[in-house]
Design a protein around this ligand. Structure first.
Ligand code: FAD
Length: 488
């Protein structure tokens, strides 16, 4: 029986582990933290529980497939609930627009913005086409062989997904209202990128939310990771926590074992790296064994954005809050210039708030449980944090106060999570949420492939590799790599 060692117990590593265990492999998952699920994680402050990482869940069928393909019923592990009217978008002029996956409701909501039903229908038709092409040509590939790159169907698909147009220009073809363009441009941040640079192809993310729907998992979204752990255990995966891998031992272009900080040693036939490729691959494999991925090559890559997160437990339920809401900045272009060009925190940032207790009050019996997220630049040597952490947090509270969200008056307790925390807790390169930014055509379409070019048996899964950064894509990468290994 072949032994597979998986470094990292995030969603990517867990989905590979389940798939491979079912196929009869002996699987070890080595996780440096004392929880599985990586960035999908539960926090507790007093009586309130919070979901860190994925707050907005799309494509539930991908998570369900991890369980169902092993012959079990996904409903026994986690339950998805669709939130039809899902996100309230507040604009700087004081107006708001509710987003819905019900097309008729959405047309009604767009009408005051002078957007006709037919413009919206044309937009939906185009983003549906973009999604179908991605699903067929990009999601299932691992880009591990020349056939993946040279496929004529892929080339044809690539040419028809508006690779040369950016997302902002694409949205302006359909909508004149600046507020609607700003609302839809925000999807670029789902891949940690700028709408003024990332290719229009990524409008397919809008398809997921506007057509397929936004989901929440009963008990909190980390229930998915807990369900994966349960299934992995049932299938005989050996799960290790507090087990930091420190070196992948290489002999004749082959990974032969993984060494850990505590001195333990795991000989293996194949290795899957779920830790961030940009950080952990160079950390674990000596440079001489990876001539195709030298440190200086990595240092030239542009990382995706990071996040400044505040978890807030309140002693009341604020009547103006829904499950998901966004408070947009006045000048979106300036915000992305701050993030990517100036590499600094915006003083007029767009603020996202998830209040999952709106849907499930039991998660926070005393009042709202707010997950407040502001986009942050990836860490640089010059800027590791906002200069004054406490004053930036207070600035966010003041901005919210001015928008009618009185945090101070109802605050029980809060906790700040900075890019530095994200870098440290998940070994994320420069604190970036999704590895590489998709701000260039090359990095948008050719993310790091799922197999090391220089080693015969080292594979990559997770948000920093193909097909991309959101949690369903991460799970797909895990399934794709498991398939690749079992075919071998
Ligand atoms: C603030 C925030 C908001 C987000 N919002 C959303 C959202 O709304 N919707 C969505 O779909 N996605 C969202 N995401 C993205 C989503 O969380 C990630 O894409 C996904 O969880 C990443 O999974 P992964 O398996 O790639 O990596 P990770 O979750 O980072 O897992 C990798 C694991 O590897 C471990 N590891 C690293 N190095 C080692 C080592 N040397 N030895 C042992 N273990 C190691 C790490 O500890 C970690 O547990 C968000 C992320 C963040 C941070």
């Amino acid at each position: 029986m072949k032994t597979i060692v998986i470094i990292g117990g995030g969603l990517g590593g867990l989905s590979s582990a389940i798939s491979l265990a079912r196929k009869g492999y002996k699987v070890h998952v080595l996780e440096k933290n004392n929880h599985f699920g990586g960035k999908m994680r539960r926090y507790h402050i007093g009586n309130a529980s919070f979901d860190f990482g994925p707050n907005t869940i799309t494509m539930p069928e991908i998570f369900q497939k991890v369980i169902s393909q092993t012959g079990a019923n996904p409903d026994h592990y986690f339950t998805f609930e669709r939130i039809v009217t899902h996100t309230r978008n507040h604009f700087s002029d004081g107006t708001y627009l509710d987003m819905s996956s019900d097309a008729d409701e959405m047309k009604q909501n767009l009408a005051p913005h002078s957007i006709s039903s037919s413009s919206y229908e044309h937009y939906l038709a185009e983003i549906t086409r973009l999604y179908q092409l991605s699903k067929e040509h990009f999601f299932p590939r691992t880009f591990t062989g020349w056939t993946d790159y040279l496929s004529p169907t892929l080339t044809k698909a690539l040419l028809s997904v508006h690779p040369l147009q950016n997302l902002d220009t694409f949205h302006r073809r359909y909508f004149k209202d600046e507020r609607v363009v700003q609302m839809l441009n925000r999807y670029a941040t789902y891949i940690g990128s700028s709408p003024y640079q990332t290719p229009a192809t990524f409008a397919m993310i809008a398809y997921l939310e506007l057509v397929q729907g936004v989901y929440y998992v009963r008990g909190g979204n980390p229930t998915i990771a807990e369900g994966f752990v349960k299934r992995a255990t049932e299938l005989g995966v050996t799960l290790h926590t507090n087990k930091q891998a420190t070196r992948i031992q290489v002999e004749q272009k082959k990974a032969v074992a993984v060494e850990c900080e505590d001195g333990s040693y795991y000989p293996c036939d194949e290795v899957i790296l779920n830790g961030d490729l940009l950080q952990v691959y160079p950390d674990l494999v000596a440079e001489e064994h990876r001539p195709s991925f030298l440190n200086k090559k990595r240092d030239q890559l542009q990382p995706s954005i990071s996040a400044f997160v505040i978890l807030v437990s309140l002693n009341t339920r604020l009547k103006d809050l829904r499950h998901h809401q966004v408070y947009f900045s006045r000048d979106y272009k300036q915000e992305f210039d701050d993030l990517f060009k100036q590499q600094q925190y915006s003083m007029d940032p767009t603020i996202y708030i998830c209040n999952s207790s709106f849907t499930e009050p039991a998660l926070s019996p005393d009042g709202d449980n707010l997950f407040i997220l502001v986009n942050a630049p990836a860490l640089t040597e010059a800027h590791t944090q906002p200069k004054k952490l406490e004053s930036y947090k207070q600035h966010i509270y003041s901005l919210l106060e001015s928008k009618g969200i009185p945090i101070h008056a109802h605050l029980i307790k809060d906790q700040v999570i900075t890019p530095k925390t994200i870098q440290k807790d998940y070994s994320a390169y420069r604190g970036a949420l999704y590895g590489l930014a998709a701000n260039t055509k090359r990095h948008a379409f050719l993310r790091p492939q799922n197999k090391a070019q220089d080693l015969k048996n080292l594979y990559f899964v997770g948000g920093s590799t193909h097909p991309g950064g959101g949690s369903p894509m991460v799970v797909l990468s895990g399934l794709n790599v498991a398939r690749l290994i079992s075919k071998k």
